[in-house]
Design a protein around this ligand. Structure first.
Ligand SMILES: [Zn+2]
Length: 111
């Protein structure tokens, strides 16, 4: 099983690379997946949308699909101004993903 871009289906991350999943402390309606490793993405400049996710996560770069440029998530560079090299830095929004279960594309928010 692997996660794909919800817009174009490009493969983004193997299911095994999903390290954790949590709900935003600032908005219970926002669920976030942590990944150890992703592919087929472009990591861009500082994000302007992260403030909507959590005010604690202050420095982040946008992660976009390499094929269709859909915004999939963010790579966090600092957490509360403390470098977080030792923990997972890549978070993707499951609502922007689909999960290929080997047979068909399914909702990635239920993982
Ligand atoms: Zn895409």
């Amino acid at each position: 099983m692997f996660f794909c871009c919800g817009s174009c289906g490009t493969g983004i991350a193997h299911r095994d690379k999903l390290a954790a999943s949590f709900t935003s402390p600032d908005d219970p309606g926002i669920k976030i997946h942590h990944f150890d490793e992703i592919k087929n993405v472009v990591i861009g400049g500082p994000s302007t949308e992260v403030a909507a996710l959590s005010q604690d996560m202050v420095v982040a770069a946008d992660i976009n699909c390499v094929t269709c440029n859909n915004l999939l998530g963010w790579k966090f560079l600092h957490f509360n101004s403390i470098p977080i090299e030792t923990i997972n830095q890549i978070v993707l929004v499951p609502a922007e993903l689909k999960l290929w279960n080997g047979t068909e594309m399914v909702d990635a928010t239920t993982i």
